[in-house]
Design a protein around this ligand. Structure first.
Ligand code: KIV
Length: 295
């Protein structure tokens, strides 16, 4: 039986995730971009809330994750931090916040911690090993991300599955091992065959968190809008646990019909006023002025 966590449940840390891997317990992660969602997912006992750069697509309506800025990410990170009490909070470093200069990467990662996040995630393998080392050395936990890298969508020619040949599977494994060696506390494996994801998971001491990578990883992450059915287009690897989009359209249509027909609001939807005060108000108004014609 699943249910909400004990009210006394301890806050999740990077060590908790490592212990879960050692004990063979699965890790749960979901994206969150705002205060109410963070509260609800925290109450559901989700281990990790990721303020993902998928914000660009599912909240801001862009076609890729590339346009979202550090300032936009921090705005949402602060809201999530206000809503969550127990989950480990991870801020996703957006495009161009860490690629150009290592010092800039450290500074931007630090801004996420100042905004209430506990860790950051960044996309990239061996090429970003020095960046991961520098951020970890600054005391900031880093979650790696290999396989499909949405910020490289233009180079990849689309959101394409990765590691489908022996050579590219080896490259993704080497990327994951390099991130672990530099101190990453977990690694996201996105859109790689399940056998490859399981083989990487066996070879890493730190937990792997899969998305579109099958059941053999230590944990799973999904974009909350996909899980809740707030979209029409949902990636193949997603299981929808609700169809809230349909519910929202139904509720908004019912509201429209009620307002247009006069069924909402009714007198209980406004504050009461005593007859005495109403009489005094009318008396103070004096006689009603005549309306100009046509109004
Ligand atoms: O931005 C995001 O939502 C992500 C997850 C899909 C891993 O990076």
């Amino acid at each position: 039986m699943s249910g909400p966590p004990e009210p006394s449940a301890a806050a999740t840390t990077v060590l908790t995730l490592r212990q879960k891997k050692v004990r063979g317990e699965r890790i749960t992660a979901l994206t969150a971009y705002d205060y109410p969602t963070a509260r609800l997912l925290d109450a559901a006992g989700i281990d990790v809330l990721l303020v993902g750069d998928s914000l660009a697509m599912v909240v801001l309506g862009h076609e890729t994750t590339l346009p979202v800025t550090m300032d936009e990410m921090l705005h949402h990170a602060r809201a999530v931090a206000r809503g969550a009490k127990r989950a480990l909070l991870v801020g996703d470093m957006p495009f161009l916040s860490y690629q150009a200069e290592t010092a800039e990467a450290v500074r931007n990662a630090g801004r996420f911690l100042q905004a209430g996040m506990h860790a950051v995630k960044l996309e990239g393998g061996r090429d970003f090993a020095p960046t991961v080392r520098a951020v970890v050395r600054a005391g900031i936990p880093v979650m790696g991300h290999v396989g499909l890298l949405p910020q490289s969508v233009r180079r990849l020619g689309g959101f394409r599955p990765q590691a489908r040949t022996a050579e590219s599977a080896r490259a993704v494994l080497d990327d994951a091992l390099a991130l672990e060696a530099e101190g990453a506390f977990a690694v996201v494996l996105e859109s790689v065959p399940e056998k490859v994801a399981a083989a990487i998971t066996e070879r890493l001491q730190v937990p792997t968190i899969g998305i579109g990578a099958g059941p053999g990883t230590d944990g799973q992450v999904l974009v909350i809008h996909d899980l809740l059915g707030l979209h029409d287009a949902v990636p193949r690897f997603v299981r929808q646990y609700a169809r809230l989009g349909e519910e929202v359209v139904r509720a908004a249509s019912d509201f429209r019909a009620d307002v247009e027909s006069g069924r909402f609001p009714s007198s209980e939807h406004a504050p009461p006023m005593s007859e005495e005060e109403w009489g005094a108000f009318l008396a103070a108004l004096g006689p009603q002025p005549a309306r100009p014609p046509g109004r």
